[in-house]
Structure formats: structure tokens, C-alpha cells
Design a protein around this ligand. Structure first.
Ligand SMILES: [Zn+2]
Length: 105
């Protein structure tokens, strides 16, 4: 038997998941790539790659499109955000791919 309360909880869960999926699809269409090798830039301008699964991060504090995490280039904790691969030069992309933080999402 399903109560009205648990049905409402299920509806909220579905809405939250749908929101994450929609946000990811929109961001991906704008040229951002998420996953195991997401290109990101920190507030100090360092480029590196990280694991960025929208809504699925356990090691970083999420602040919308910004995230507080360890920067392996400057060796500091700072705000980072995804960058579009198309906005970078080949050298910048190579540099970012050569600097990956820990593989734990
Ligand atoms: Zn940095």
C-alpha cells in the first residue's frame, strides 16, 4: 500500500533527478563536458581536469556551477568551475589533461 506522503516524496525525488539531468543536458549543449575528465579552472586561473558528475560529488562542496576543491596545479583549495574545451588552446587543453586531481568523485 502506498500512502500519499510516500508518493509525494517519490515525486520530489523524481523532480530533483530530472532537474540535475536537465541541467547537465543544457550545460553539455553549451559546450561543457562532464565526467571523468572535466576541464576546470580555479579562481587563480589554473587549468586542470577533475571528475565532475553533476549532483554526484562527495569530495567537494558544491555551489551551483562553482565548486570548492583542491587545485593540483597551485596546490591550494579554491573555487573551480568548468570551462569549455572549445575556449582553450591546444596547449591549454594538454596542460589541463596532464594535471588531474585524485580520481575519487
Ligand atoms: Zn589553482
Amino acid at each position: 500500500m502506498t500512502s500519499a506522503k510516500s508518493r509525494r516524496r517519490l515525486a520530489i525525488t523524481v523532480a530533483v533527478i530530472a532537474g540535475y539531468v536537465a541541467g547537465t543536458v543544457i550545460a553539455t549543449r553549451r559546450g561543457y563536458a562532464f565526467g571523468k575528465n572535466t576541464l576546470v579552472r580555479c579562481r587563480r586561473g589554473h587549468l586542470f581536469t577533475t571528475v565532475w558528475i553533476p549532483g554526484g560529488s562527495v569530495k567537494a562542496l558544491r555551489l551551483g556551477f562553482w565548486r570548492l576543491q583542491w587545485c593540483p596545479v597551485g596546490r591550494h583549495v579554491g573555487l573551480v568551475h568548468p570551462v569549455k574545451g572549445a575556449d582553450l588552446t591546444d596547449a591549454e587543453r594538454e596542460f589541463a589533461l596532464a594535471h588531474h586531481d585524485t580520481p575519487i568523485p
